[in-house]
Design a binder for this molecule. Structure first.
Ligand code: NAG
Ligand code: MG
Length: 266
């Protein structure tokens, strides 16, 4: 019943969104803020480009059927930009975070302070969309130098759907652990960025140390989650935008995959 009510509410919210975008003004309800102000170009979804369905390619990525890729197909860059900056990415994120929220609310928690939820950072709790809007949506190979400069600016934005989930997690008494591929030297800027984005409290922020240089994200994250379990924590949920956040060992009771068709991390 509660779920049905939520669905109706979210339909109403979508309707309000449509009304507000058609008339260019907010008529009914306060809407969640845009992550990044660029709007998709209308009529250029680029679904089929040179015989390739970019939507099918994106689906292949999200289902972990396409793995190990270095760049998105060149001809899909326009499509991917429209997707990431448009309503579909937000809607896809909303479904994932909404499902996680219902799941978390239904957990039978021990209440002993040992239940934890693991969140990835980039494209999970924080969004680097301004960076990708400037540097492209994945058709060029990832370049760590300008990306790390961007990270050190500390201006990554919030992914609003994840913040809503985070707030619920905290209110349920589940402890939050951020587990990120960002490196230890980026700790203070990451802490500040998380706080500025609305993530005020956490149990641990785990960043990659040099001992993991050369190992995959799956290995690094599995190992760090294993350490949490050895300390007696129970990972009741685990959310990330990469399959490498969610595969391997000690993955948690349930995993949630946020959309990210722009890059692949093994
Ligand atoms: C998972 O655990 C097994 C057994 O300890 C180990 O051999 C394997 O390397 C681990 N996998 C990852 C991805 O850490
Ligand atoms: Mg990530």
């Amino acid at each position: 019943m509660a779920i049905r009510l939520k669905m109706v509410l979210s339909l109403l919210l979508s309707a309000a969104f449509l009304v507000s975008t058609c008339h260019g003004s907010l008529l009914l309800l306060e809407l969640p803020s845009e992550i990044h102000p660029l709007r998709p170009r209308s009529g250029s979804s680029g679904d089929h480009v040179a015989g390739l369905s970019c939507l099918s390619w994106r689906l292949g990525v999200e289902t972990n059927n396409l793995i190990g890729w270095k760049t998105i197909p060149q001809e899909c860059e326009g499509y991917m930009g429209n997707y990431m900056l448009g309503e579909q990415y937000r809607s896809d994120s909303r479904v994932v975070a909404g499902e996680a929220l219902v799941y978390a609310a239904g957990l039978d928690l021990a209440g002993d302070g040992k239940d934890v939820w693991v969140f990835d950072v980039d494209e999970t709790t924080l969004s680097n969309l301004p960076y990708y809007a400037k540097h492209g949506f994945g058709a060029e190979p990832f370049d760590p130098t300008p990306f790390n400069e961007w990270v050190l600016e500390g201006n990554a934005l919030v992914l609003p759907e994840s913040l809503t989930l985070y707030q619920k997690i905290v209110s349920l008494g589940i402890k939050v652990v951020f587990l990120t591929g960002r490196t230890e030297d980026q700790r203070s800027v990451t802490e500040t960025n998380l706080k500025n984005a609305g993530y005020y409290t956490w149990e641990k922020l785990i960043l990659k140390t040099s001992s993991y240089s050369g190992s995959t994200a799956v290995k690094y994250k599995s190992s760090e989650r294993g350490k949490l379990e050895k300390k007696g924590f129970r990972i009741v949920g685990n959310m990330g935008d990469q399959w490498s956040d969610l595969l391997g060992n000690s993955t948690g009771l349930r995993t949630f995959k946020l959309p990210d068709p722009m890059y692949y991390i093994s």
